[in-house]
Each structure stands twice: as structure tokens, then as C-alpha cells.
Write a protein that binds this ligand. Structure first.
Ligand code: TRP
Length: 327
């Protein structure tokens, strides 16, 4: 099975990204042939700093490799290294309705946050569709917030095939069951986030163990004493979900284990477990990130393998659409 996903190189990666996305990538390697793309072109659709973007790509590549992504089996590459992505985006624009794009909730949210709304932000979902369809992808592991974009990709592929003949593979979304929504430790009603979150409530993959333990120790909870997963206990529920994800166990099992314990015990247990879980990643990250040439070589090898697949899809798409020379 062919698996493809893209990940934005913006900002430092936090525990929510790690459990929700990075771990999914690593797990995907066992389910099938994984292709993972650092989507620097998507990052240019909102105001950004070019120097920071370059370095964010290296940060993210190092996090992914540190997490156990094996670039010998999986393909890891930078989107802008494979020109076919932008070419296919343009061609797919003609199979995408203007009205569809105006209905995208991420576009509505993001355009409300910026004064300059780029045309790139509007057509962002078409570039994402191109990313996916270029590799004849069968499964797309993504967060639930990307569901609408995956559905659009399916609609565009079906419309393309109906209009130009069977050419594109219609992919399925794959939405991780656990750890998809890790909340801010200081504000457990909101998702953990690099941009909108609180510094104390956001645990970074590269945080020192002591900092991690401190952040969990000061996590906001309710004034009760029962350790139970429930909607009226967002703080405790979040701690239970984090612990379940890093220990690979269930929330129900943890509720039994912590029955009768205090909130402080739970906070300490989660802090220590997360610190232990991230420590080896942080160490490997340090070594990988320091070797920028090594990272560039890995990305370039990934891009070569990606191009080989992408070029064949483009040959078929161009043929179906009647653009370019015959052949
Ligand atoms: N839009 C995705 C996000 O913000 C990132 C992305 C770009 C992506 N291209 C993709 C995800 C292709 C899956 C497949 O998370």
C-alpha cells in the first residue's frame, strides 16, 4: 500500500505534533510504502521569513529522522525539490471549482488571521491534492483538521478521471485514533499549538527533561480529586490521553491504575513518562540537526526517488489533458 503525507515546516514541533503526526509517519512505515513530504511551498502561503523557512525544514527533517523514520525504506523529501508538485497543481486547478475552495474552513480561518490574503492561501488545497495524487497514493494519514482537504482531493481526482479518463488514484484519508488532540497544558480547552498556545502549556520535542516535568507539574486541572476521563474534566482527560499515548496503553487502564491517587501523582507520572519518551529523540535530534550537509543529502536522495514516481504520473496527466508533446 502506498502511504503519503505532508507536514508543514513551520515552528518548533511540540508533543501534539509528535504524537499526532510524527509517530503516525513512523508507524506508517510498517503498514506500507511511505512517502513523506516537508511542504515548504505550503508554508509560503502566509507571511513568513525565508531564512527561518530554510532552517525550519532542517529542524523538521531532523525531528522526523530522530523519531525513527528510516530514509532507506521510506521516502523523505522537500516539496520544492520536486517541480512536478506545482505543475500538477496548476493542471488540477481546472478540475477544481472556485466555489469548493471558498468553502474550505481552513481558508476561512487563516484568511481571517491575516491582512494580506494571498491567492496561494486560497489555492493551498489544490497543491495538497497535487502532493497526494502525484504519487498514486492510497492512504493519507493526517489530523482530523485535514479531513475536508482530503475529501476535496478525492472529489478533484474523481472529476479529473470523469473528464479526462481514468488517470488518478482516488486516495482514502486515515485519521489516527489516539493522541490526535493533545491540548495545551495551561488551557486544556485549546489544542497544543506553537502559534496560539501558552509557552508553559506547550511541550516541545526538544525540551530538556526537567522543563518537561515542570510543565506537567504546573498543568491546569479542575479543583476535584477524581482521576477520570470526562468532558467536564478537560485537564485531567488530557493528562490521561498523553500518558496513554506515550505508554501505549488505554485511558481505561490508567483510570484503574490511578484510582485513589492525587492529581499531583498523575502530573508527576505523566511528566516523567513524557520526559523519558522524548529524551532519546532529543539526543538523536541534536546530532542530526548539527549535520546540515547530511540532512541535505538525505533530502536530495529522497527527492530523486520521489521524482521518479512523480514524472510518470505527470506523463499520464499531460497525455490525458492534451498538453505538451505527444508521448
Ligand atoms: N495541509 C496539511 C496540514 O496543514 C499539510 C499537507 C500538505 C499535507 N500536503 C499534504 C498532508 C498532503 C497530507 C497530504 O497539516
Amino acid at each position: 500500500m502506498r502511504i503519503f503525507s505532508g507536514i508543514q515546516p513551520t515552528g518548533r514541533k511540540h508533543l501534539g505534533n509528535y504524537i499526532g503526526a510524527v509517530e503516525q509517519y513512523v508507524a506508517g512505515q510498517e503498514r506500507g510504502e511511505g512517502i513523506y513530504c516537508i511542504v515548504d511551498l505550503h508554508a509560503t502561503t502566509v507571511p513568513y521569513d525565508p531564512v527561518a523557512l530554510r532552517s525550519d525544514v532542517h529542524d523538521l527533517a531532523a525531528v522526523l529522522l530522530a523519531a525513527g523514520l528510516d530514509p532507506q525504506s521510506a521516502i523523505l523529501f522537500r516539496q520544492s525539490d520536486v517541480a512536478e508538485h506545482t505543475e500538477l497543481q496548476w493542471l488540477l486547478m481546472s478540475a477544481t471549482a472556485y466555489g469548493e475552495l471558498t468553502r474550505m474552513t481552513q481558508f476561512k480561518d487563516k484568511s481571517a488571521q491575516h491582512e494580506f490574503i494571498s491567492a496561494g492561501l486560497f489555492s493551498y488545497p489544490v497543491l495538497m491534492a497535487a502532493d497526494i495524487l502525484l504519487y498514486r497514493t492510497e492512504q493519507v494519514p493526517v489530523g482530523d483538521d485535514q479531513r475536508q482537504h482530503v475529501e476535496l482531493t478525492r472529489d478533484v481526482a474523481q472529476r479529473f478521471n470523469a473528464r479526462f479518463g481514468e488517470t488518478l488514484v482516488v486516495p482514502e484519508g486515515y485519521y489516527p485514533p489516539v493522541g490526535a488532540r493533545i491540548m495545551d497544558l495551561q488551557n486544556p480547552e485549546r489544542k497544543m499549538s506553537t502559534t496560539g498556545g501558552s509557552p508553559q502549556g506547550t511541550v516541545y520535542v526538544t525540551d530538556e527533561p526537567e522543563a518537561i516535568i515542570r510543565k506537567f507539574r504546573t498543568a491546569v486541572t479542575d479543583s476535584g480529586r477524581e482521576i477520570r476521563h470526562s468532558p467536564d474534566k478537560p485537564g485531567i482527560s488530557n493528562l490521561l490521553e498523553v500518558l496513554a499515548a506515550v505508554r501505549g496503553t488505554s485511558v481505561a487502564a490508567l483510570e484503574r491504575e490511578f484510582d485513589g491517587s492525587g492529581y499531583g501523582d498523575l502530573k508527576l507520572a505523566v511528566g516523567e513518562s513524557v520526559a523519558t519518551y522524548l529524551a532519546p529523540v532529543r539526543e538523536r535530534y541534536g546530532a542530526l540537526r548539527a549535520d546540515e550537509q547530511g540532512l541535505e543529502r538525505t533530502l536530495e536522495r529522497g527527492a530523486e526517488r520521489a521524482r521518479a514516481i512523480a514524472a510518470e504520473t505527470m506523463r499520464q496527466v499531460r497525455g490525458a489533458m492534451g498538453v505538451g508533446p505527444v508521448g
